[in-house]
Design a protein around this ligand. Structure first.
Ligand code: UT7
Length: 326
């Protein structure tokens, strides 16, 4: 079966400021050793106060369009996966257009947490079947803006960044071979930003209670992430007709080294195929997979014809996996 879409180019945008575990030791009761052993994270990028999610998204989009040789205005759609939008409305995708003075391409956000980029890929596949030719998917987050910097259980985990991919029609050889996605909203409260929407609008009380920051039951997220990411990857590989030993690179959502390794083991993909950037970036939510994809390409870890498996898990809970032939 010919692939509906392929990735023409990727790019990333990262804030220049690096925050090490040692710097976090001065903020909360933690140690470099605890963070590194429990999560694999050593440093992360943190955006300057004036930088919003659409700023990083716009930079990544321009670089990716340049690499693909496509004018942003010629895109059929711009999809931004994010949990940290500039505003509740309009979408970050529309703020991105505002920043670039762009008019024309359909623009919207996908709210699927860390699965946002792969949800975008799934949606783009449908749009391609409907006749779209070129679509940009961007995973972009400024997680540092919604983190409680007094909570050592969460503030050490996250980072800021954006990754973009430009999609074009499949050429019958390379592209998406198979995918899987799903959600379980019954677990919505386990990982959420409680206040700021219609359930709990912003008030003096919600601000005092730090209810606009990330609330997470880490252990529960951990267990579900391993199960959902491995099951989605196995399902997508089965649909693509790909065996685990045929996978050249596995790019899981980059939340925690232990989660990634446990999920990899369950998929049967050999250990040397796992690609990780979490050491240098922390958990950038929807941005982790496109940034990892871009870094893997830059490092020469992806060659034409390679089989790439991407799998993600996030707030919702949501999950998604995709198998590509490059
Ligand atoms: O993208 C999806 C979103 N998030 C994730 O995927 C994260 C999923 N969860 C995790 O990665 C892990 O659950 C964490 C890294 C968040 C926590 O690791 P854990 O092995 O599950 O540790 P824990 O929560 O069971 O905490 C163990 C201990 C606790 O102390 P006590 O109660 O045993 O005395 C915590 O208070 O570690 C303590 N602790 C810390 N200690 C030093 C929690 N955070 C820290 C910290 N530094 N930063």
């Amino acid at each position: 079966m010919p692939c509906a879409l392929k990735i023409l180019a990727t790019a990333r945008a990262l804030p220049p400021r690096v925050v090490t575990n040692a710097e976090l030791e001065t903020l909360v009761d933690t140690t470099d050793q605890w963070i590194a052993e429990r999560t694999g994270i050593r440093e992360r990028r943190i955006a300057a106060p004036e930088v919003a999610t659409s700023d990083l998204a716009a930079e990544a989009l321009l670089k990716a369009c340049d690499a693909a040789g496509i004018e942003p205005a010629a895109l059929d759609a711009i999809i931004v996966g994010t949990s940290t939008p500039d505003t509740l409305f309009p979408s970050t995708a529309c703020w991105l257009q505002h920043k670039l003075g762009l008019r024309g391409p359909a623009a919207f956000d996908v709210s699927a947490g860390c699965s946002g980029f792969l949800y975008g890929l799934e949606i783009a596949g449908g749009l391609m079947h409907g006749g779209a030719k070129h679509i940009a998917i961007i995973g972009a987050e400024v997680m540092s803006r919604v983190v409680n910097w007094q909570d050592r259980g969460t503030c050490v985990l996250f980072g800021d960044g954006a990754g973009a991919a430009i999609l074009g029609p499949g050429d019958g050889r390379s592209g998406v071979l198979g995918s899987a996605w799903g959600a379980d909203g019954n677990l919505a409260k386990v990982l959420c930003q409680p206040a700021g929407g219609t359930r709990l609008p912003a008030s003096i009380e919600t601000v005092a209670a730090m209810a606009h920051t990330v609330h997470m039951e880490g252990n529960t997220v951990f267990k579900h992430a391993v199960t959902a990411m491995s099951e989605a990857a196995v399902q997508a590989m089965a649909r693509a007709g790909i065996r685990p030993d045929q996978v050249d690179l596995l790019i899981p959502h980059q939340a925690n080294t232990r989660i990634m390794e446990a999920a990899r083991a369950r998929t049967g993909v050999p250990a040397d195929r796992l690609f990780s950037i979490v050491e240098r970036h922390g958990n950038m939510s929807a941005a982790t997979i496109p940034v990892a994809l871009d870094e893997a390409r830059e490092q020469g870890r992806i060659k034409d014809g390679d089989i790439i498996v991407m799998t993600a898990f996030g707030t919702g809970f949501t999950w998604a996996a995709s198998v590509l032939r490059w």
